[in-house]
Write a protein that binds this ligand. Structure first.
Ligand SMILES: Nc1ncnc2c1ncn2[C@@H]1O[C@H](COP(=O)(O)OP(=O)(O)O)[C@@H](O)[C@H]1O
Ligand SMILES: [Mg+2]
Length: 387
């Protein structure tokens, strides 16, 4: 299900005259190259069409100047698109008036920047609480919420320090805490880790991946680093010269690179080092509850032509599997027939999962770090992906 729909969005920079000229020429249908030459305007992004799904970590990757920041800034209207529409949760944000926009920015969406943007004279907790202060939320509530956010990014104990007392990585965590404090549905991150050194950067990437499962939140993450893109993204949009060259899962880039540009872009990526279960597992819409009757479970398996099925509990937690051969419609109590197998984590590396396969079992269940069932993965899925 999509949360953000970007439809035919273009963003043109320049004088009003240049913008109008570019717009007119674009609409007349001459080539983008010619429009750029003739109008002298900067067409930073052109005709972007994307749907971003609820709960996914969506990565926008591309070289410097390809239009990534311009695009992400359209999502909270820091940039107002010159053309096109952006719908978020079904509402056209490009049509928002001032009040609607203010509410939207306070509650629904937040942004983390590469250069932190902390207020140097304020303590960490007051930096994090700043957004709540602007909303005139009382001090006790805002400090409580800020402390919660500080804890969630691992900075407990640092709340009374000033920004200059913190390392770059820690400052970036403060930036994240500040974005999380209003509990937004959507988190925008514009090259948040590009300025950090590689080890800190890896820690931050891993933490964000597990935070993602905890938060159940949609993240739009920008990077110019292909390795980071593949490591982080559920899906990736590769941009070049203001347009999307390819869109898909990490695995789909390797399986079907759209053109030579994409091939070149990915050629230095070491798949075995970065691909995770989440890039290749089979997503399941729904599986039976472990409390359902044998008849219902059999019907489910027959409809889908399955010889076994995974089961979940009331909280969507993985609850084992059951073989069709063990069931008849008259089985009263199925609990004794439920078997279990160690699930793999969505964020586990494929190379590590491979070791866990026993030859006789056809697939392994995949869970997120909250234990929620997500789907399954087979040995051949993995071998195909890293081959
Ligand atoms: N405010 C602006 N005014 C004029 N040109 C801009 C502005 N912001 C971005 N651009 C231009 O738009 C293009 C895309 O920039 P940007 O979105 O920042 O790319 P990226 O984030 O991928 O490096 C560049 O040519 C840049 O110079
Ligand atoms: Mg940028």
């Amino acid at each position: 299900m999509s949360i953000i729909d970007i439809k035919q969005v273009s963003m043109i920079f320049g004088t009003t005259q240049q913008q109008e000229a570019a717009k007119e020429k674009l609409e007349s249908g001459i080539s983008l190259e010619d429009v750029k030459k003739q109008s002298k305007a900067t067409i930073a992004i052109h005709d972007i069409n994307l749907s971003i799904h609820k709960g996914e970590l969506f990565v926008i990757v591309g070289l410097s100047g390809s239009g990534k920041s311009t695009l992400i800034r359209c999502l909270n209207l820091l940039n107002r698109p010159t053309m096109g529409h952006i719908t978020i949760d079904g509402e056209d944000i490009t049509a928002f008036d001032k009040d609607q926009l203010r509410t939207f920015r306070r509650s629904k969406i937040a942004m983390v920047f590469q250069h932190f943007g902390l207020l140097s004279h304020r303590t960490i907790v007051n930096n994090v609480a700043f957004g709540l202060e602007v909303q005139k939320i009382d001090e006790k509530t805002r400090i409580n919420q800020a402390m919660e956010a500080i804890e969630s990014v691992g900075l407990k104990g640092w709340e009374d320090k000033k920004p200059h007392q913190l390392s770059g990585g820690m400052k970036q965590r403060v930036g994240l805490a500040r974005a999380l404090v209003t509990n937004p549905d959507i988190l925008l991150m514009d090259e948040p880790y590009s300025a950090l050194d590689p080890l800190i950067r890896r820690d931050m990437q891993n933490e964000l991946l597990s935070l993602e499962d905890n938060m159940n939140r949609t993240i739009v993450f920008i990077t110019h680093d292909m390795n980071e893109a593949f490591k982080m993204g559920d899906r990736i949009a590769l941009m070049k010269d203001g347009q999307v060259v390819q869109l898909g899962t990490p695995q789909s880039f390797f399986a079907n690179p759209a053109n030579d540009y994409v091939k070149n872009f990915i050629q230095d990526v070491d798949k075995t080092q970065i691909l995770r279960a989440k890039s290749v597992y089979n997503h399941f819409e729904d599986i039976p509850l472990h409390t359902q009757s044998s008849e219902e479970i059999l019907t489910y398996m027959n409809d889908k032509d399955l010889s076994f099925t995974y089961l979940k509990d009331e909280k969507d937690q993985y609850a084992g599997y059951i073989l069709k051969d063990d069931l008849t419609s008259k089985t009263k109590d199925i609990s004794s027939l439920i078997q279990t197998i160690q699930p793999v984590q969505r964020n586990q590396y494929l190379k590590d999962i491979l070791k866990e396969f026993q030859d006789d079992f056809r697939s392994l269940p995949v869970i997120d770090n909250q234990g929620r069932f997500k789907g399954d993965i087979t040995k051949s899925d993995i071998i195909e992906a890293i081959a």
